[in-house]
Design a protein. Sequence first.
Length: 342
Amino acid sequence: MELVLLHLLLFLSALLRGYCSSRFLQPLGIWKTGLPSMRNYTPLSSQQLRELATLASAGVSIAEAWEKSSAKDHLAGNSVLALLKRGRSLSEALFQFGLLSPSQKIVLAAAENCGELSAALLRFATDNENRAAHKKLLSSKMRSAYLLLLVGWGSGMIANGVADPDSIGSLFLLNTAKCLVAYWILRQLLKMGLQDAWWWFRLVWKYGGRGSSNYQYAFIIHWLGLLGSQLRAGIDASTALTAMQGLIPVPAYRAAITNAACDTEKGRPLSVSLAQNDLLPNQELEQVFSAAEASGKIADNIKHQSLLAQQKLDLNIASFIFWSPKLAYVFCAVVASSMVFF
């Protein structure tokens, strides 16, 4: 009986671990050691990012904005403020304390360079809010799938235990293992689905899939959007591309953007350079960019294309959120049935 209770407690703790750690420990910056760590500071909240963006757009220096906003209450707040007062940029200060990913640091640094720091901070805040909302919605729907696993586990134990009492021990271990594996698979898929765009770009450039519509829409929004903001600020194409070289840490991407930067520096049109190095998602966009560059309005056209892509991507995300719980129910129903009938 003690063994049965022990395994049951282990199973339940695994189900609750992700919920409890994300809800109670991560916001405090407390992890396995129980103490705040420089490497494990939680990112700035959406509210803190929006406050910084508002103050920065009003012309307040970033050090003063940090001191006046709720960002100063962050666990790393005083340390970041000290760096800002020494003249370090916001991107450098945040990255030093693990508050930005390498890709986010490059995005923020480029925004600082072209005078769009406020817009970049607002983009970070919006992305955080969207991911948090999607996670909350999907997690609430996935609870039914997890419950289905527990029902299948209990039903299998009762039905098969009555039919063959001698095999109750091995059956318990087998069904518990099935539940844990199914739960782990669902958690990993959910975690992957909620990663930011730069994580997916790295995956796609490394393993393939640049023909998918979701990649194309996201690439237009984030990558081309960043390029367009630099061009609107008067930064030449070669310099703008060079600044974006570290966004996707994959050799194929680095080679493509290096070649494109060299081509534009030699006088080749930007649209041609991007197209020949596979930095434009599709042929339709290549034609649009070529015409826009000929008219001298490529930066404005990139902004327009980003808005259109955002609308299409939002529809695809909504479809994913609608269908993914249903597919999870089917998956859990199959696993639950295997525990009862097999």
